[in-house]
Design a binder for this molecule. Sequence first.
Ligand code: SF4
Ligand code: SF4
Length: 184
Amino acid sequence: MEALTNMEKANKTFLEEVSKRSGEKLSLCYQCLKCTAGCPTAPNMEFRPNSIIRMIQMGKKQEVLGSSAIWFCVYCQTCGTRCPNEIHIGVLMDALREMAMEEGVHAKEKNIHLFHEAFIQSVRRGGRAHEVTMLMEYILRSRDLMKGSLIPGVKLFLKGKFPLLPSFVKGKGEIKRIFEKCKK
Ligand code: SF4
Ligand code: SF4
């Protein structure tokens, strides 16, 4: 059997690393596109969900971790229910976001990871996201107030779509334990 080139080894390593972290069998993907056809955020992604898997198979680590697509996934799980190979791309995207943050790789929307962090902190505090505190945290950390990206959120708040005060789940201890377990 022929020895693998360094490039082939690097490609294989990235595929193995992502498969292990996400628990998804990415080598089974045969590009049928059912995931992308049902994904509500695919039209906004620079690389569609099926393309992200193909890029991982090809070992394109920097392109995948630096792409906006991994931050646009809203974990709706539509892709996982449509995939004939039961690949859950929402779980995969979560693993890729973690890897990008660990390796300090940023998407071209430089503050997009701050929005993600504000969401996670909001869930950590109360067991569910509270839009108002989440937006406040994002504004403070990104100083993005004047750029217009928050205007839709402000409009929804003024229409009473977001509650002013957060409501917490009962099992806050369990939430704490989940976050502690995720750190290990
Ligand atoms: S639906 Fe599954 S097999 Fe088809 S492209 Fe998407 S991930 Fe690959
Ligand atoms: S989980 Fe993410 S990738 Fe899958 S359909 Fe929903 S938004 Fe798209």
